[in-house]
Design a protein around this ligand. Structure first.
Ligand code: ATP
Length: 344
């Protein structure tokens, strides 16, 4: 049954497997009963030919207007070519918090059980500032920018999130033993914010040790608070604990707008083959429903439908396991839609 409220959401299908997983999300959303008008915008490598830019101004205008977007992955050339659309979007819209919950899903076999980690990653500075130059031939410099403002803001976000979502512990991940000034400043800011929140346990761990401890036993961690680069690497590591990138959702959140997007990239190796796993995008869509549209019942129903389908053994090739029933991207989406219909 369609509910009364209507929402307008920007849809950026993106490159590679993006259009396939975005189409699955749009089809499934119509079964939640939430009224959404999608405004489709083209960004990524696919936009360069038609618009002369991977991030045409109208994309930013649309997200600013609607305040919320669902985005597929966009391709970034390695080494040369255009700058990352994601980095540009995050900076232009000041989407300072990257939120990536990594949770064990029912029936998905991985090396660990009961993983439930939330990665909170600073999204606007660090080595992603793009300040690189050649000092002399054979020597380059990349500038790592860490500011008190951005570090304090992301720490506040992590503590507010922990309090609002019943999380008990935040671990700040750093390398302040080597980068004493930059990571040292990040830690100072985290400590100050931690003092304002005595109800949440706070500790610190050096990034290399954090990786080892995570691999030994990821269930010991709760919320991880990281700078931009460590956050990117550690969230892929954590995605591996719960079955891989096909199951890892994410959100980029600012004061004004939010862009929801799975952790994975454009996966050019499987694009157009109906092999992509749409579940990471569907779980990102559930985050969108909950965090931006306050459609809590629909978000819970969508997550439950994903769990039902996994429990029934349906698997895209990336998460296939013995006894699983292999399906493609389209069929996986259809199974989730059916489960949602049954739950409604
Ligand atoms: P990019 O530069 O856009 O991040 P990439 O190839 O470096 O692209 P991913 O696109 O994330 O990184 O792909 C890493 C691996 O994970 C690839 O083998 C890809 O096929 C696989 N993969 C990523 N996302 C999915 C998905 N949704 N379903 C199935 N496999 C996926």
């Amino acid at each position: 049954m369609m509910n009364e409220r209507r929402h307008t959401v920007t849809l950026i299908p993106g490159d590679g497997i993006g259009p396939e997983v975005a189409a699955a999300a749009v089809r499934i959303l119509s079964a939640t009963g939430v009224g959404i008008e999608w405004q489709t915008e083209v960004a990524g490598a696919c936009a360069v030919g038609e618009h002369g830019s991977p991030l045409p101004p109208r994309v930013l205008e649309s997200v600013r207007r609607n305040k919320v977007a669902l985005k597929g992955p966009t391709e970034t050339p390695v080494g040369t070519g255009h700058r990352s659309v994601n980095v540009a979007l995050r900076k232009e819209l000041d989407l300072y918090a990257n939120l990536r919950p990594l949770r064990t899903l029912p029936g998905v076999k991985s090396r660990y059980e009961d993983v439930d980690i939330v990665v909170v990653r600073e999204n606007t500075e660090d080595l992603y500032s793009g300040l690189e130059h050649v000092v002399v031939p054979g020597v380059v410099e990349s500038l790592k920018i860490i500011t008190e403002r951005a570090s304090t803001r992301i720490a506040r976000f992590a503590f507010d999130y922990a309090r609002a979502h019943g999380r008990e512990r935040i671990s700040a991940v750093h390398k302040a033993n080597i980068m004493k000034l930059s990571d040292g400043l990040f830690l100072d800011c985290c400590r100050k914010v931690a003092k304002e929140h005595p109800e949440v346990r706070y500790d610190e761990i050096i990034v290399d040790n954090a990786c080892m401890q995570l691999v030994l036993d990821p269930t010991r961690f709760d919320v991880l608070l990281l700078e931009n680069l460590y956050g990117d690497i550690v969230s892929d590591l954590c995605a591996g604990f719960v079955g891989g990138l096909g199951l890892a959702p994410g959100a980029n959140i600012g004061e004004e707008c939010a862009v929801f997007e799975a952790v994975h990239g454009s996966a050019p190796d499987i694009a157009g083959q109906d092999r992509a796993n749409p579940l990471a995008t569907l779980l990102s869509t559930a985050m969108l429903l909950r965090l931006s549209l306050a459609e809590h019942a629909a978000a819970a129903a969508l997550e439950a439908a994903v769990a039902t389908v996994l429990d029934a053994g349906y698997r895209t090739p990336d998460i296939m396991q013995p006894g699983g029933r292999e399906v493609g991207c389209g069929a996986m989406g259809a199974r989730v839609r059916d489960a949602l219909g049954g739950a409604a």
